[in-house]
Design a protein around this ligand. Sequence first.
Ligand code: G16
Ligand code: MG
Length: 215
Amino acid sequence: RIDACIFDLDGVIVDTAKYHYIAWKRLANEMGFDFTEEQNELLKGLSRTRSLEIILEIGGVQKSAEEQAVLAKRKNDWYVDMIRHMQPDEVLPGAREFLESLREAGVKTALGSASKNAGTILEKVGLAALFDVVVDGNAVTASKPDPEVFLKGAAGLHADPAYCVVFEDAVAGVQAAKAGGMKAVGIGSADVLQDADMIVSSLGDMSLQRLKNLK
Ligand code: G16
Ligand code: MG
C-alpha cells in the first residue's frame, strides 16, 4: 500500500543543476579558479552553504563567514535571474503526467527539496498545484542524508512514512529516504543508487502499476 509520494526537485522534476553550475562556475572564475561539470556533481542535493564550502575547498581559498554569506548571495542572485525565465516545457519527461495520475488516483504528493528557491521553480514551470505540501530549504535544518525533509513532507500529508515513496536522483537523497523508513525510487543509474528499492531512468518510466509493485 502506498499513501503518499514525495519528490526531490532538482534532477527528478526539473534539471536546475545546469543553472546552479553556470552560477557556481562564474563565482569560481571570479575568484580565479575553474569549476568543472564533474565537480558540480558533488553538489547535487547539498545546501547552498555546504556547496560553497566545497567550492572554496576546490579552489584552496579561505573566506570568513561574512565573506561566505556575500558570495552565496551573489551566486544566488545570478541563479534566481536564470530560473525566473524557466518555462513549463522544462519539466523533465513524464513528471507532469505521473503527478497528474497520482492526483487522479488519490495518492498524496509532497516536494522534499534542499532548495530555498523550490517554490519559485514550481510556479514557473506550472506544477505548484500538483503538490499538496512543499518542504524546501527554508523549512529544514538538517541536510540529506538526514531524513528531516522527507519526514516533514510525510507529516504534512499525515502519512505514515512506511507507506511513503520518495523519488530521488542523489545518493544522499536515497539514503535520507531509507533513514526515514520510506521506500525509495532512484532516478538514474543503478551503479550509484544501489540503496533504492527500484531504479528508473526518468519519471516517464513510472506508472501507478509500478508503484503498486513496490508494495
Ligand atoms: C537542490 C540542488 C543543489 C542545491 C540545493 C540548494 O537540491 O540539487 O545543488 O545546492 O538545491 O539550492 P538553493 O541554492 O536554491 O537553495 P534538491 O534537493 O532539489 O535536489
Ligand atoms: Mg536532486
